[in-house]
Design a protein around this ligand. Structure first.
Ligand code: FES
Length: 103
């Protein structure tokens, strides 16, 4: 069963940006907001060299890592080829304009 935690109103997350939530169990989790107001959450560590994905730029359903520009799929946490790696995705949902995270 999912344990949904209320995070913040969607409007607290900048479009094409993110907000970091600290989880005791999982460390920092970055919640991203796309241009279409979809939300995605992944571990805030790039699979390359642990760059802070939360400081990257969102485009489509991907974020570009601020350190060496790997592109990460926000739905799966997978790096876009030719790069190989994966950061952990987390379930996130939007209800009445409020973001909920399941950790
Ligand atoms: S740490 Fe993200 S691309 Fe290198």
């Amino acid at each position: 069963m999912s344990d949904w935690k209320k995070i913040c109103p969607l409007t607290d997350i900048p479009q094409l940006g993110s907000r970091v939530v600290k989880s005791e169990k999982h460390g920092d989790i970055a919640i991203f907001r796309t241009s279409d107001d979809e939300v995605f959450a992944v571990h805030d560590k790039c699979p390359h060299k642990q760059g802070p994905l939360s400081q990257g730029i969102v485009h489509g359903k991907q974020v570009t890592c601020p350190l060496h520009s790997w592109k990460i799929e926000l739905e799966t946490g997978n790096a876009v080829a030719p790069d190989i790696g994966c950061t952990k995705p987390f379930a996130v949902k939007l209800e009445d304009g409020v973001v909920f995270l399941s950790v």
